[in-house]
Design a protein around this ligand. Structure first.
Ligand code: DSN
Length: 436
């Protein structure tokens, strides 16, 4: 075992930078809805000799020798992902959610085809058809969004638009939509149109695994996710499917394949080269953790905390998009207060609270300014915080926002925040960075 002392001695500069990040994470109040804190077992699985190995291909079918150990790690990851989400097939190699989505679009669409995805400003994601992303540049995208009055998906308008646009694929899932996705009616619509239904459950995969979000796998042809948000694994992507699959023959394919065979070959060699085997080992560890009964308790607490935080903010007079949350995230609309998301994010950061500015539906502000902030409970719940702490968090957010220009008050709040998080220790020193 090599201790972290080696890094400290050989590269004191980068050691100090990493250690300052550890301290920042320990001392701050992390409310970014897409972030979480992995276990030390996941950290350890990520920092090891598997980073040295090239393993293009799939377990048992590699382009390199010496793959017996990484094959085993990848088989564990696939098997655990399938058990966790009740599916027959998984590809654990995507380096990110964006690459998982790229692989599935390449599998199911050809350039210029029409697909529907949620508008980024209404809670969607860049890869769901934004004009600045490959998805919006490669395909003809027809967006859908929420109704102004309710902040919830306007399904009647979505269905009407879909019947006119005749998309080949409907992408569901979101990055800033606080309500659950119930996909039965989406599948009915997709079947009526002969379209594929896919879900990017990156934000709420941990809630699906913990059974506090309706299942999406049974309704979709393909599901994509990241592994590092509510699922609490290493940074990366994952594709799963239950699709026995018809045969597909798309441009670039030499012979017909089932959907899952085509997905495998679009991940590699279509989109990626060598898989990150150390990250795949860490994914296996995280999926193993998510299969434990404690993970269900964690997921339940994430949602309970978000609901209490939302209720507390509402009772303090704030406006929340859709009036609350069913999930791990809350979208605060600050426009009625005359505040921007940018100013709020900055003031909260000064007070030791990390959130991100976020567009709200029908936002008159630009993406770098915004009218909203997005808040999430996955990370603070991992630290062990409960409902009583959420009331305290609502109160410090309120105090910060009311004193955005008052540096002295922000400094005092920062001490209060440090006091609050001190009772929930996170990563101890020495820094966990080991090579086996
Ligand atoms: N950047 C992620 C988020 O914050 O939601 C989505 O990829």
């Amino acid at each position: 075992m090599v201790s972290d002392k080696q890094l400290q001695q050989s590269d004191p500069e980068i050691y100090a930078t990493i250690d300052r990040e550890r301290i920042r994470q320990n001392n701050g109040l992390e409310l970014i809805a897409s972030e979480n804190f992995v276990s030390t077992a996941v950290l350890e699985a990520m920092g090891n000799v598997m980073t040295n190995k090239y393993a293009e291909g799939l377990p048992g079918h590699r382009y390199y020798g010496g793959c017996e150990c990484v094959d085993e790690a990848e088989r564990f990851a696939i098997d655990r992902a399938c058990r966790l989400f009740g599916c027959r097939w998984a590809n654990v190699q995507p380096h990110s959610g964006a690459q998982a989505n790229m692989s599935l679009y390449y599998t199911l669409l050809k350039p210029g085809d029409t697909f529907m995805g949620m508008d980024l400003a209404h809670g969607g994601h860049l890869t769901h058809g934004s004009p600045v992303n490959f998805s919006g540049r490669t395909y003809h995208v027809v967006s859908y969004g929420v109704a102004k009055e309710t902040g919830r998906i306007d399904f009647d308008l979505l269905a009407k638009t879909a019947r006119e646009a005749k998309p080949k694929l409907i992408m569901t899932g979101s990055s800033a939509y606080p309500r659950v996705w119930e996909l039965a009616k989406f599948r009915e619509l997709a079947d009526e149109l002969g379209a594929y239904l896919v879900c990017d459950m990156a934000h709420f995969a941990g809630l699906v695994a913990g059974k506090v979000h309706p299942d999406v796998v049974p309704f979709c042809h393909v599901v994509s996710t990241t592994t590092h948000k509510t699922l609490r694994g290493p940074r990366g992507g994952l594709l799963i499917s239950n699709e026995p699959g018809g045969e597909l023959l798309l441009p670039g394919m030499l012979k017909p394949k089932t959907i899952t065979e085509a997905l495998d070959s679009w991940v590699f060699p279509g989109v990626q080269g060598g898989p990150l085997m150390h990250v795949i080992a860490a994914k296996a560890v995280a999926f193993g953790e998510a299969l434990q009964p404690e993970f269900k308790t964690y997921a339940q607490q994430v949602v309970k905390n978000a609901k209490v935080l939302a209720e507390s903010l509402l009772s303090l007079g704030y406006t929340l998009v859709s009036g609350g949350t069913d999930t791990h995230l809350i979208l605060m609309d600050l426009s009625s207060k005359g505040w921007t998301g940018k100013a709020a994010e900055k003031a909260l950061e000064k007070a030791g609270i990390t959130v991100n500015k976020n567009m709200v539906p029908f936002d008159p502000q630009k993406p770098m300014t915004t009218s909203g902030i997005r808040i999430g409970t996955p990370a603070v719940t991992t630290r062990g915080m409960g409902e009583a702490d959420m009331k305290k968090i609502a109160s410090v957010i309120d105090k910060t926002l009311k004193n955005m220009e008052n540096e002295a008050v922000l400094t005092t709040i920062k001490s209060e925040v440090a006091e609050l998080v001190r009772s929930f220790p996170l990563y101890p020193k020495p820094l966990v960075l080991r090579g086996v």
